[in-house]
Ligand binder design. Sequence first.
Ligand SMILES: Cc1cc2nc3c(=O)[nH]c(=O)nc-3n(C[C@H](O)[C@H](O)[C@H](O)COP(=O)(O)O)c2cc1C
Length: 347
Amino acid sequence: MNSYDEKIGKLPENTPLLRIGSVQLDGCAFLAPMSGVTDLYMRRIARRFGASLVVSEMVASDEYVRGDVETRLRAEGTGVEPHVVQIAGSVGYWMGEAARLAEASGAAIVDINMGCPAKRVTGGAAGSALMRDLDHALSLIEATVKAVKIPVTLKMRLGWDHDSLNAAELAQKAEKSGIQLVTVHGRTRQQFYTGKADWQAIAAVKDAVKIPVIANGDCSTVADAVRMQQLSHADGVMIGRSAVGRPWFIGEVAHFQRFGYERAGPSADERAASAIEHLSGLVGQMGSLKGLRHARKHLAAYAERAIFDGFHVPDHIKSSLVTSESVEHVMALLDELFAAPGLRNVA
Ligand SMILES: Cc1cc2nc3c(=O)[nH]c(=O)nc-3n(C[C@H](O)[C@H](O)[C@H](O)COP(=O)(O)O)c2cc1C
């Protein structure tokens, strides 16, 4: 046992691997869906580093079915296995058709969004607004489950506000309607992203159902993941913001869950390769300028994470990464950042 294990304790050996209906997973740590962030390349890279499951950005079910080009790109899954498409909406017909389209396009799982707090989504009676109307929520779940043969999962919050913590009730009803896994973000809709996720409150959902439950919210270290599972009794964890600029983190959690010790972090070469693959993927998908602009949030996060992990990142690199309009220039900066002699950390 190393000192890290002594500090945070170990999960039981032989932690069972998760199965979602017919889909066998190779671990219990998931990448959260994040609009504008979990593009195809982020999902591919995270999965390659060992994330057990990665979920597409939410797609509006009607726009997806109608063929909106950007929406279709968000649901792309080439090279991602198993591929999960997250759908959102408030009309059963579109939810069913979107699930059918995702299945026909190669998705192994469809996830339903009942957690998004954004006013533009809740205003349309979708996302977390559905937690205020469980009958309507269930009608959407039933329309989705009925439309496909692949498993359907559900992501939600603890409730709309602290006076209506109904995640356990929704999960139980959803299970009866055929949902095969639920993920719970340990906040209410009214909290948006303020305060701290309540991992213990997720235990009520776990107690209410037999299907796997995944805990989500504010997990930024391996120790957090262990604590989160201990408090929530969840079968796995889902990680969002802490994986931005750090797509290897979820694989690190999955590794710890399985083997009980921490694996070494990524090398400088692996960091460089990830950032460059991410950028070139987006440029290939969206074209030079659009791809580069979309990549900026990731590039800034790769640089921030490098600083956090002890790399020296000169100011000119940090600022040019997010202002340069030349793909070649940015590629050269990434090479310089991670490969120049003297700039590497030696850990
Ligand atoms: C920029 C951003 C976009 C998000 N988009 C989605 C989304 O499309 N679908 C969804 O279910 N949740 C979405 N979320 C919520 C996350 O999946 C996750 O529940 C939340 O960030 C809490 O987890 P974390 O603390 O690990 O980030 C988003 C969160 C962020 C920060």
